[in-house]
Write a protein that binds this ligand. Structure first.
Ligand SMILES: Nc1nc2c(c(=O)[nH]1)N[C@H]1C(S)=C(S)[C@@H](COP(=O)(O)O)O[C@H]1N2
Ligand SMILES: [Mo]
Length: 324
């Protein structure tokens, strides 16, 4: 039997809101002035001033890439230090404060494997693959299932270009992605009750959609380790847990995979995980979201505001649990 632990994003919305709020700079200043910020919190925020970037990645010369103006935001870009320091990456621990531990990730070399229902298995170093791909920058919103959100400039390439490279057989229906699971560099793996490695999946139709993006950088620089270097998924119409980090393997299959969070708690986290304000998480509302770096809660939008791109994907799937 799986032992359940309620930590990290399994916390209720009220507490989520508190965490996002204490990242607000004005509040921090107020708190510091009033002497009311506790030591551990001050330590956490202190890391915000450290770089934890990835400027010396072997592909650094490719940045910044040209912005694709097709993707526009309805809100300001989130201040860079927030996404670089308020992090969900369970391989390094279940708190948000894992940017430091994530620096032990060794991304050079980084072997990527393409297997399963493909014309031919491929193994390639991620940095060689990145050099072959059409890099561009896109401004995307990101909505975590915990009810916080951000808006960031990703660098990367359309997932469709990855499919063209991998050459899946026409009989393949899904692409399954797997994160590195290395006990030596990833202290979070000692949480033995989680079903490592972290797995996620998309249908081939979803992966071929214009919005599906493979991230290789953020804020005009190579991807920092804590944000999923050297390559990760970015699916902005789905809850953030779908956007799997630090991928080592793409497997093509005709069977729907069971993802990491679905395996842990299938009644709360499903395969589709499309954002919908009208479908609450079993333990909290999804109607609004806290924008990182502000005091604001704003209404959450269906498909996180990307319905014009992706709603058609789900027209013939009405019976499915599309929004959890
Ligand atoms: N391998 C792996 N990928 C992951 C996670 C994780 O814990 N492990 N967390 C997910 C969650 S819940 C979110 S919200 C995003 C956060 O991405 P960011 O830290 O770059 O904002 O990564 C997703 N990808
Ligand atoms: Mo998330």
């Amino acid at each position: 039997m799986l032992i359940k632990s309620k930590r990290g994003w399994e916390i209720p919305e009220s507490q989520v809101a508190d965490e996002a709020t204490f990242l607000n700079r004005r509040q921090l200043m107020k708190g510091l002035a009033a002497g009311s910020i506790l030591a551990p919190m001050a330590g956490f925020l202190g890391s915000g001033t450290r770089a934890f970037g990835a400027d010396n990645a072997p592909t650094a010369d490719l940045y910044p890439a040209t912005r694709n103006e097709k993707f526009v935001l309805d809100r300001p870009i989130t201040e860079e230090k927030l996404p670089l320091n308020y992090v969900n990456f369970y391989e390094f621990g279940s708190s948000k404060n894992v940017a430091g531990p994530a620096q032990s990730l060794n991304i050079q070399p980084w072997q990527l494997k393409f297997d399963g229902m493909v014309e031919k298995e491929i193994t390639i170093d991620a940095h060689d693959l990145i050099r072959k791909m059409p890099l561009e920058e896109r401004l995307y919103r990101h909505r975590c299932v915990e009810a916080w959100s951000m808006a960031v400039p990703w660098t990367g390439f359309p997932m469709r270009a990855l499919l063209d490279f991998a050459k899946p057989l026409s009989s393949a229906k899904y692409v399954v992605m797997e994160t590195l699971a290395d006990k030596k560099t990833m202290p979070g793996l000692s949480a033995f009750w989680y079903p490592w490695p972290y797995i996620e999946g998309l249908t081939i139709d979803e992966a071929s959609n214009d919005l599906a993006f493979i991230g290789t950088g953020i804020y005009g620089k190579p991807m920092p380790k804590q944000n999923g270097a050297p390559i990760r998924l970015v699916t902005p119409w789905k809850y953030g847990f779908k956007s799997i980090k630090s991928i080592v393997r793409f497997t093509f299959t005709d069977e729907r995979p069971k993802s990491f969070w679905e395996e842990i708690q299938g009644s709360e986290y499903g395969f589709w995980a499309n954002v919908n304000p009208e479908v609450p998480h079993p333990r909290w509302s999804q109607a609004t979201e806290r924008v990182l770096g502000t005091d604001e809660r704003v209404p959450t939008q269906i498909f996180n505001g990307y319905g014009e791109f992706v709603a058609d994907l789900y027209k013939n799937k009405k019976g499915e649990k599309l929004f959890m």
